[in-house]
Design a protein around this ligand. Structure first.
Ligand SMILES: Cc1cn([C@H]2C[C@H](O)[C@@H](COP(=O)(O)OP(=O)(O)OP(=O)(O)O)O2)c(=O)[nH]c1=O
Length: 198
């Protein structure tokens, strides 16, 4: 079967974001953008993820004629933003902090198009059970944590640690599908490969 024509430019290297968009029938052209992801002094987590989502979406504008989408996901615990782990000990220290308690996962989304740049931020509360040192060491060996904010993947083997979630599962994986669909429709991007009635 022929691949549907792209209707959106995804400014992201994340295969998960591409798969999430494909699940609602949005075929994309991919233009990953390398931007500085350091938080600004005193910046709130919400401002941070929205700023990065906007920067990614804007960086792709010169590369395409399509509307662009940028997104950023951060794990936040005690007001501190946890990014992706640099190495095994960093990953272990992040999981130890998250073990046996709740934290927030924030995902910012920005979509450019005829209406300018539209943004949203979705916060999801995740509860992890107690995680032992042996489990943390074994989890690193799966290679799953290395490219994930907070050093875990709710959609993968770390699901055995996830005691509860309040909010959007897809947002934790990288893109809140309900809110993203709203932004895409406002920018005139067709969903369900063009079959969702306007
Ligand atoms: C907490 C969590 C994060 N993640 C992922 C979502 C994001 O892809 C990643 C956080 O890093 P991001 O910087 O948001 O995204 P990215 O580097 O993967 O892609 P790009 O910047 O090019 O768009 O962590 C999961 O897949 N599962 C989880 O449970």
């Amino acid at each position: 079967m022929l691949e549907p024509e792209p209707v959106l430019c995804l400014a992201s290297a994340s295969p998960r974001r591409q798969a999430l968009l494909a699940s609602i029938g949005v075929s994309v052209e991919v233009e990953p953008c390398d931007i500085d992801e350091s938080p600004l002094p005193g910046e709130s987590a919400e401002r941070y993820v929205i700023r990065l989502a906007q920067a990614k979406a804007q960086a792709a504008i010169p590369l395409t004629a399509l509307p662009t989408l940028g997104s950023d996901t951060a794990v936040v615990v005690d007001g501190q933003i946890l990014g992706k782990p640099d190495d095994e000990s960093h990953a272990a220290s992040m999981l130890l902090r998250l073990s046996g308690r709740q934290h927030d996962v924030l995902t910012g989304v920005a979509v450019t198009g005829p209406k300018g740049i539209l943004t949203c931020c979705v916060t999801t509360r995740v509860t992890l059970r107690d995680i032992s040192d042996a489990e943390i060491a074994a989890y690193w060996k799966t290679a799953e944590p290395c490219d994930k904010a907070g050093g875990y993947a709710i959609q993968g083997m770390a699901s055995v640690f996830v005691a509860g979630i309040e909010g959007s599962h897809s947002a934790v994986v990288g893109l809140p599908l309900f809110e993203t669909a709203c932004l895409l429709r406002r920018q005139g991007v067709p969903l369900w490969n063009g079959h969702l009635p306007a």
